[in-house]
Write a protein that binds this ligand. Sequence first.
Ligand code: SF4
Length: 441
Amino acid sequence: MSTFLTERENQIFRTGKDVHTINCSRPSLAGSVSQRACVFCGSRVVLYPIADALHLIHGPIGCAAYTWDIRGALSSGPEIHRLSFSTDLREKDVVFGGEKKLYHSLSELIDRYKPKAAFVYSTCIVGVIGDDLEAVCKKVSKEKGMPVIPVQAPGFNGSKKDGYKIACESLATLIGTGDLEVPKYSINILGDFNLAGELWMLLEYYKRMGIHVNATITGDGRVDAIRSAHKASLNVVQCSGSMMYLAKIMKEKYGVPFMKVSYFGLEDMSDALYEVAKFFKSDELMAKAREIVREEFTRMMPILKEYKEKLEGKKAAIYVGGSFKAISLIKALRLIGVKTVLVGSQTGTADEYEIIRELCDDDTIIVDDSNPIELSTFVKEKQADIFIGGVKERPIAYKIGIGFCDHNHERKEALAGYEGMLNFAKEIYATAMSPVWQFTK
Ligand code: SF4
């Protein structure tokens, strides 16, 4: 390992060789050119899928352009979320302040689009000039008679993970303000963002079990359902990195318990159904969960077996937003015969890295908050055939000349649930086995 900065030594280890625990959840090192996004972006990706809310970015146009349509999050109804509004701050606004511009933009947009709520995001420059976002939001909220929520997330003020937390705090101001009644077996889904309609598959499984899904936070999200989210009996949290903070707030404030699940891969998807049935202590729910799992396994295993035979011996590198998802990916890849040789994440936790260490074979490289130089060096060293990551990892894979699978929030392919596992296997197969890679060697 010669190409990493010495200050990053404790954020990288090889299973079976290094014994130190990973030093994660720390600010990115200056000069490292981290793959992480900024605080504002973190808050934006979490709140973005709330489809009947207005999302206004108070800042220069670049911040809005950078996060425009940032998720492949689909809506079954309104689509205000897909419009990226910005106050487009210019030099004059920076010198004299942008509050007036914000007030007028917000008022005009609310009149025109009639959203159920508005989220107003601050950005780096707003953090510097000190516009009073809260006061403007309060004023407009009073005038329009609707929630107008300031999302205080200047980009420089921490890491993407801090943005998640700020988004959770904003959501918490909505929760508890509605009183929709919910049936007995009722859950909220936290941390699924309905990428390519994945959430709709999950809703179908839970419906078949007889479970009512109250609020989906935030995939295909609706303000009224979120306002009544505290009425559900359980929070089922998938993207724990972004939503665990909200789950904890809801437990403390409303006594709603939570559990962590993953919907990626057959094993974890099935566990998600079993765990919910177990929570409600219902034999009927458990029997229905078993029926779904049996049906899906019978349908999928022969197909996956064929992929496994063809993919056996291929090697994958994983670099994703949170380490919890990486755990499911390692298991899903194993099911189709692919070995993981490098695993990393932008915002992983020590506990999850520990699970990864136990899951992986010896000499797997595990890396936290990495950068392009480290990643390309490790991918080349481990001779990975395919790189699974997001928009910033794609060019790394293609420059090296290996296949790439998009597993980030921009993707347009459903990879969660049983059907998603099939899509994942298909994509890994098509990418890793493509004849084009013979020309890059
Ligand atoms: S908030 Fe700051 S770091 Fe984030 S996109 Fe805007 S200028 Fe860049």
